[in-house]
Design a protein around this ligand. Structure first.
Ligand code: GDP
Length: 372
């Protein structure tokens, strides 16, 4: 039952990703297997079931919530006679759609080519049949239709280009001197940009879609005469494609080189505990997990619950728990300073600002020990 709940949440997220990419989901299919089929990921019976549904309802694309191997993709496409997207391709497509600066575009392009290279044969036949649409943005069609060698050259070139920009950005970071640097981290869509806007009074793009932010924005913020730099970073997500983690090095360097991490959590989301885990996992991967951190639980204005059983306080029944009870349970005892806010209504902003001020001040003092 708990597994089924998880599954629903995962597919909810996938549907939200699909929506962000511009697709409408008609139907969900699930299958329990001890391990994915090496040839077609799902079993052959399930594949036929999906194929029939696709035919009957004139569905354009089938999306899988996992990364498929190049041969799985090819086999599925051949068998089902429909465009197949996997989770990685979907996320890459959203990134391609949202990349604003030439730096972000370069990063996404690199990640897309790396994804494309082992799947080139598929893309060939694929593009003959069906041009454009989701999963096709980014590298131009004529470029895809050239051979592997040209794509490899392009990858080398993009890597060099990124290396140059990475160096420039590293210099920029060094030139920011000894001002304390705080970075907003968190799962995608938790409200980081909204918070950034309200703390720094700037206009950062916020939207109820995944990955509104791809480029880092750095703002100077002053709380109680204490200036520091605040960075908004790309949102994290479960199973973030490895190609992206690699090519978004500079963006993640902002996190790696920050003095203080401000971990924003969307407490109104039913999977928020999973989100915290995913974020911590990525922080560990980029070796940024031992930094001072503040936990900000956002969207308390949207926290709703139905109380059913007085004694039931286990995580699986968290929908029955009021915010006050949450604060009293493990979240209140978090090893990091913790605050509950709404970035929208600005509830508890004074408390949050005081918390940020205290943490920034601690770092500031450790840096300038002789100042009064
Ligand atoms: P980001 O991806 O983490 O930068 O998230 P955004 O700042 O783009 O916000 C994602 C969505 O959540 C937007 O639709 C915001 O308006 C909404 N949002 C942000 N903060 C709050 C909040 O405190 N309460 C509610 N109800 N919605 C919020």
């Amino acid at each position: 039952n708990q597994d089924e709940e998880k599954l629903t949440e995962y597919l909810d997220e996938l549907e939200f990703l699909a929506f962000t990419a511009g697709a409408t989901v008609q139907k969900r299919f699930t299958q329990k297997l001890t391990q994915p089929d090496s040839k077609t990921f799902i079993g052959s019976g399930k594949a036929i079931e999906i194929k029939e549904y696709v035919k009957e309802n004139e569905i354009g694309t089938v999306i899988f919530d996992d990364e498929l191997s190049p041969s799985q993709l090819k086999n599925l496409e051949r068998e089902m006679e429909v465009k197949i997207l996997d989770r990685t391709n979907l996320i890459l497509d959203i990134f391609a759609q949202r990349a604003q600066t030439s730096y972000a575009r370069t990063q996404v392009e690199l990640a897309q080519y790396q994804y494309l290279l082992p799947r080139l044969t598929r893309m060939w036949t694929h593009l003959e049949r069906q041009k454009g649409g989701i999963g096709m943005r980014g590298p131009g069609e004529t470029e895809i239709e050239t051979d592997r060698r040209i794509i490899r050259d392009r990858i080398t070139l993009l890597k060099e280009k990124l290396k140059t920009i990475d160096k420039q950005m590293a210099t920029q970071r060094n030139n920011r001197g000894k001002v304390v640097r705080a970075a907003l981290v968190g799962y995608t869509n938790v409200g980081k940009s909204t918070l950034m806007n309200s703390i720094s009074k700037s206009e950062v793009f916020a939207e109820n879609k995944l990955f509104a932010t791809l480029d880092t924005t750095v703002r100077k913020v002053v709380i109680g005469n204490l200036p520091f730099l605040l960075t908004d970073t790309v949102g994290f997500i479960r199973k973030l494609p490895t190609q992206l983690v690699e090519s978004f090095k500079s963006t993640l360097d902002e996190v790696r080189e920050a003095d203080l991490l401000i971990h924003v959590v969307d407490i109104s989301h039913e999977s928020f505990e999973d989100h915290i885990e995913s974020v911590n996992h990525i922080l560990m991967e980029i070796n940024a997990h031992q930094k001072p951190m503040i936990m900000i639980f956002n969207k308390i204005d949207d926290f709703s619950y139905e109380k059913k059983d007085e004694d039931d306080l286990t995580p699986s029944t968290r929908k029955n728990i009021s915010l006050e009870e949450w604060k009293k349970t493990w979240m209140g005892k978090s090893k990091y300073p913790t605050v509950f806010i709404s970035a929208l209504t600005k509830e508890n902003f004074p408390e949050m600002k005081k918390m940020i001020y205290d943490e920034v001040m601690k770092i500031h003092i450790s840096r300038f020990p002789y100042n009064d």
